[in-house]
Design a protein around this ligand. Structure first.
Ligand SMILES: *Cc1c(COP(=O)(O)O)cnc(C)c1O
Length: 322
């Protein structure tokens, strides 16, 4: 098996304690599993890429937005395994001047360096991306391929995310917290958590569909979903969130951990902000040992900061982080 897939253990680090309440928040550093195939995206790709190779495919086709962690991870994993990768990217306008697009977008830039070919489509065509018509069109352009859905979630992906929690994690925490986009990572966590553990899922999206998405991949019922309505929806933020990220990062840089604990703004920072809010308001009770999953995605910070700069907003600043 490729070394990318060998059993990996992410370290747990202490993130924040509320000692007067007896609440301890540790964070599982899945972001450190691999430099480019980050966090939960590696977990979700694992059994899909093994299956693709077993079926004799040499090309992976998948989808995403222009800053997608899944696109970045798929390109990097493909390169490591000697698989060709095709990224169907939402936003026809981005394909008109690809050179210009890439010069402004570090996600796509790195994906291209890792050998990914792009196919830019309109938002309308993107909505039809799972149709037979679209598949045939893609086959005509790129030849036969193994298809991975948007965000990487399918049954094999969930099999991978069931490997996130270690035996130690299952024994030593009362509450597991995880962020969700498609819900595939959350489903794996819910499937593998112990009976005594509760799981809270922090959706990165607005709306109340996430629970149903997760239930496609789990029959367990003992989990709670918090929908993103604090910051206005997916990838939305305010200075309060950015300032929270900068503060917690500065606090996390210690002698024992000189690299600190960087979070990204779309999933992990909102989750931890939400956890702390629930602790302070007593929704999460005292004497709770919490494990929050750091699902990675730090590659998106550069693009996010570009947008913040254009809006003349407070930027994410991790001075010592390399
Ligand atoms: C993709 C992603 C998620 C969401 O994972 P799902 O399995 O789609 O719910 C969470 N955190 C980060 C950092 C991600 O990149």
């Amino acid at each position: 098996m490729n070394e990318l897939f060998l059993p990996q253990k992410a370290v747990n680090q202490n993130f924040k304690n509320f000692e007067d309440l007896g609440v301890f928040i540790d964070i599982k550093r899945e972001d450190l599993l691999h430099k480019e195939v980050s966090g939960n995206k590696l977990r979700k790709l694992k059994y899909n890429l093994i299956e693709a190779q077993k079926q004799g495919h040499d090309t992976i086709l998948t989808y995403g937005g222009a800053f997608s962690n899944h696109i970045a991870a798929t390109a990097a994993a493909g390169k490591l395994l000697g698989l060709k990768t095709v990224g169907v990217i939402r936003g026809e306008e981005l394909g008109k001047n690809q050179e210009h697009t890439l010069s402004n977008n570090s996600t796509l830039q790195l994906a291209q360096k890792n050998g990914m070919q792009f196919h830019f489509v309109s938002r309308e065509a993107y909505r039809q991306k799972e149709s037979k018509d679209f598949f045939n069109k893609m086959k005509a352009v790129f030849g036969s391929f193994y298809h991975i859905p948007e965000g990487g979630t399918n049954a094999l992906a969930v099999k991978g995310t069931e490997e996130i929690l270690s035996e130690f994690d299952k024994e030593n925490y009362d509450l597991i917290c995880v962020a969700a986009g498609t819900g595939g990572t959350a489903a794996g966590i819910i499937n593998s958590a112990s009976k005594h553990q509760k799981v809270i899922v922090f959706s990165a999206l607005k709306g109340d569909f996430m629970k149903a998405e997760i239930e496609k991949y789990t029959s367990h019922k003992d989990f709670e979903v918090v929908n993103e309505d604090v910051f206005g929806g997916y990838a939305k933020s305010d200075d309060g969130l950015i300032s929270y990220m900068n503060t917690r990062f500065r606090e996390s840089v210690t002698q024992i951990n000189p690299q600190g604990i960087p979070l990204e703004p779309i999933y992990t920072a909102k989750m931890l902000y939400g956890i702390e809010h629930k602790v302070k308001t007593g929704v999460i009770k005292g004497k709770t040992r919490i494990l929050a999953i750091h699902t990675g995605g730090l590659q998106s910070i550069a693009g996010f900061n570009n947008v913040l700069e254009k809006k003349r907003r407070l930027k994410i600043s991790y001075e010592n982080y390399v």
